[in-house]
Design a protein around this ligand. Structure first.
Ligand code: G3I
Length: 378
């Protein structure tokens, strides 16, 4: 029985109306381009095609985004609504509405449903972030994981149990969890998640996992769990890439290394920033305020065809790799449905116009989308 019947009813009605309007059966991944196969259909034999969804899509306000979600994707990830600060803002305060709506949306669309994320140093409420007592922090972590993972046991298919616990050199990030509890927090987090949701896959998720040094850190973390007899089912390589890097060979070497430990590999937050960043400029002061800098926001009114083609080429190169590795790669999730919603419009510089995803600001398929639809024909 849905926890919030009105939200659930509105969202269910919307999905049904979208299906009727689009003349599609929402659960069948009918195509965004009538007559063509959908993205999820094209890759159904290889890996799930996922999308991060935001509050506007979960609550049914982004009808164009929901139509694409139903037509072209087979997995969903909550961009923000299940993070600790959103779902448990106080020690005795849980806010379930959007998280429940997210899971109900995934069930209605017959999606592979991801939970993101149980333990992360960012978007953490102050009562946790400022804890110094080990017993108190251990109690907070146990309560959070048992309550959240337990609530959706049997409904969420895979959890990002732990997010971004490593530094670029592969050492442990000095998060509040590591500083107060040591590396044992990693073992405890996965053990608690496995107890709360025994049939849910459990993942470690992080960015720059193509980086050889960070790769060694991941292998050490997976070994720590396996040596302690605690289940880990997959490693999530976030995939916040750009048009020129990281090298395909580096990504491939990491896929092979993680798969070699016996876990699945997933590309969990794929987007390709198309704009320059301060650190790309020789000698740039990254702390300089670049807001409203035309140099940093070169395409405010639209993308040149040459750049659209470069994005398509880069997505094609990456998907060629994922297809070659589809024994190990079980999911490729885009970090958003369309360019209007991407976090990259506001990071690392606020108010820019970025073009990192497969659908444009009006939710129309881009050249990169068309390229991926026909990639396997070549
Ligand atoms: O909800 C508040 C809203 O009430 C307020 O009016 C508004 C004012 O700016 O802020 C809103 O919160 C924002 C939140 O997204 C929800 O939209 C935060 O400011 C903003 O910082 C937050 O950004 C998210 C970011 O994680 C936070 O680190 C991005 O949307 C989200 O895409 C991004 O996702 C992370 C993954 O979870 C983990 N991997 C890296 C990835 C990119 O950072």
């Amino acid at each position: 029985m849905p926890k919030f019947p009105l939200l659930s009813l509105l969202s269910a009605l919307l999905v049904a109306v979208l299906a009727a309007c689009a003349g599609t059966n929402v659960a069948s991944n009918a195509p965004a381009t009538p007559g063509a196969p959908s993205l999820a259909e094209v890759y159904a034999d290889n890996f799930y095609i996922g999308a991060a969804v935001n509050a506007r899509q979960i609550s049914g306000r982004d009808t164009a985004g929901l139509r694409l979600l139903a037509s072209d994707f087979s997995s969903i990830t909550p961009e923000n609504v299940m993070k600790w600060e959103e779902i448990q803002p106080g020690p005795d305060t849980y806010t379930w509405e959007l998280a429940d709506g997210y899971v109900e949306l995934g069930e209605r669309l017959d999606m592979w449903i991801i939970g993101h994320t149980l333990v992360w140093h960012s978007q953490l409420p102050a009562y946790v972030r400022e804890t110094t007592d080990p017993d108190q922090l251990r109690a907070y972590m146990e309560d959070h994981i048992r309550t959240v993972a337990g609530r959706y046991a049997g409904r969420i298919d895979g959890w990002d149990v732990l997010n971004e616990a490593l530094n670029e050199d592969g050492s442990y990030r000095e998060s509040v969890f590591y500083k107060v509890l040591g590396e044992q927090y990693i073992v405890d987090a996965f053990r608690l998640a496995a107890e709360a949701a025994p049939n849910t896959q459990l993942y470690y998720n992080d960015y720059n996992l193509n980086n050889p040094q960070k790769r060694q850190g991941v292998l050490r973390l997976v070994k720590l769990l396996q040596d302690n007899g605690v289940r880990i089912d997959g490693v999530g390589m976030q995939g916040h890439y750009n048009l020129n890097g990281p090298p395909i060979a580096e990504v491939e070497a990491s896929i092979d290394a993680y798969a070699g430990t016996g876990v699945n590999v997933m590309i969990t937050e794929l987007d390709l920033t198309t704009l320059p960043n301060p650190w790309d400029l020789d000698g740039a002061d990254v702390n300089q305020d670049f807001e409203n800098s035309p140099e940093m926001n070169p395409y405010p009114d639209g993308l040149p065809d040459s750049v659209s083609t470069k994005i398509a080429d880069r997505y094609a190169d990456l998907f060629d790799l994922f297809l070659r590795k589809d024994e190990a790669v079980t999911r490729v999730t885009l970090w958003g449905i369309n360019d209007a919603q991407t976090w990259l419009n506001n990071w690392p510089i606020r108010g820019r116009t970025n073009y990192p995803l497969l659908f444009d600001r009006e939710s129309r398929p881009k050249e990169a989308y068309d390229r991926l639809l026909t990639l396997k024909d070549n």
